[in-house]
Design a protein around this ligand. Structure first.
Ligand code: NAD
Length: 352
């Protein structure tokens, strides 16, 4: 029942349960909202503890995609799929069966790779449906695009806090220097920013410090380092009751999803005078990049669109200031207002 309560509380459009016993496919496709366009969201493959957990995960992730696409200015809605199998049970048959379910939705949902799925898996899906992005010869690894967007967002935040968007001389503390963090460090260093980095993986540290000057600290030390900008780019829930006491930064702007453990931490950051760049707005570069595939991928055009993250951050900061609300709430409003305005024009009747 918890799941159906969630379904009606957040006004989902559709939930599809897919089963094909010959291939072993058991999957959920959740479509949250298609006001702005087809629901785009990756297909995650995971061995969930229960089917209910899988459904709730699909629902939550689909809703997150609605807000991310709307705030990014894309004409896309929010959806997500989860395939309830361990990644060890992958087969051509399974992904083609999944592709047939995606095709049966006639473009209301467009899938892509996600945690536990790969470009090769999406190639199998593509054999059964055109409604798939992230295949080979497409936009490729989204991390450089995500990092570029985070860098633009960071600059917009610096403009707000310091009156200049230059990161020259600014101390940026990056938590997690994996796929996105690595490219982010390169942007910051190129502009003359000073880096403090951490990671639990020594290889990731070696890769960054082999190319860039950066001070390395232990993972548990990163929250307390004195810096201008803290860039969480590893895990979620890193702004919580404990870390709030340790943070010594002016700005939080990073790639990680679900940075705030709870929405109320946005309010607490505001009270502390720390400017927070909402995760789904600042880390939308990868989504903007993959969405460009729908028009036939053009890297130059996609990367140009990623620049919009700068403007989007400025917009939500203005909403936050004008209405005296935390930036995470302003970001939700920005997305909801766009859906409401454009949803209304879609009611104009066209006789054709
Ligand atoms: P990744 O796995 O390549 O990198 C994460 C890094 O964080 C790894 O090097 C890992 O060792 C490190 N890490 C893990 N736990 C840590 C800890 N406790 N302290 C310090 N370091 C730790 O992942 P990624 O693709 O770079 O994504 C980073 C974050 O950005 C994730 O939260 C992801 O959801 C989010 N994100 C990524 C993209 C993308 O395009 N890849 C897009 C949007 C959001």
């Amino acid at each position: 029942m918890k799941m159906l309560d969630h379904f009606s509380k957040y006004d989902y459009e559709q939930l599809v349960l897919c089963q094909d016993q010959t291939s072993g496919l058991k999957a959920i496709i959740a479509i949250h909202n298609t006001t702005l366009g087809p629901a785009l969201g990756g297909a995650r493959m995971w061995n969930y503890a229960s089917d209910e957990d899988a459904i709730l995960d699909a629902l939550r992730l689909a809703r997150g995609m609605t807000y991310k696409a709307a705030a990014a200015g894309l004409n896309l809605g929010g959806g997500k799929a989860v395939i309830i199998n361990s990644p060890q049970s992958k087969s051509e048959q399974l992904f083609r069966a999944f592709g047939r379910y995606v095709e049966s939705l006639n473009g209301r949902y467009i899938t892509a790779e996600d945690v536990g799925t790969s470009v090769q898996d999406m190639e199998y899906v593509r054999m059964e449906t055109r409604y798939v992005t992230g295949v080979s010869n497409g936009s490729g690894d989204p991390s450089p695009a995500t990092a570029l967007g985070v860098w633009y967002g960071m600059k917009a935040m610096a403009q707000e806090a310091y009156g200049s968007d230059s990161l020259e001389g600014k101390v940026v503390a990056v938590q997690g220097i994996g796929h996105v963090g690595y490219y982010l460090c390169k942007h910051v260093a190129k502009e003359g920013g000073k880096l403090i980095v951490t990671d639990i993986n020594p290889e990731a540290i070696k890769r960054v410090t082999g190319e860039i000057v950066a001070e390395v600290v232990k993972p548990e030390e990163i929250y307390g380092v004195g810096c201008h900008i803290f860039a969480p780019s590893a895990l979620g829930a890193v702004v919580n009751d404990i870390t709030l006491q340790q943070l010594k930064c002016d700005i939080i702007a990073g790639a990680a999803n679900n940075v705030l453990e709870d929405e109320r931490h946005g309010e607490l950051l505001m009270q502390k005078g720390i400017l927070y760049a909402p995760d789904f707005v600042i880390n939308a570069g990868g989504l903007i990049n993959v969405a460009d595939e729908l028009q036939g991928y053009n890297k130059e055009r996609a990367y140009k669109k990623i620049e919009m993250i700068y403007t989007n951050i400025k917009k939500l900061l203005a909403i936050s200031k004008e209405r005296q609300i935390p930036t995470n709430i302003a970001a939700n409003l920005m997305a909801e207002e766009r859906m409401e305005k454009l949803g209304r024009i879609r009611n104009i009747y066209l006789n054709k």
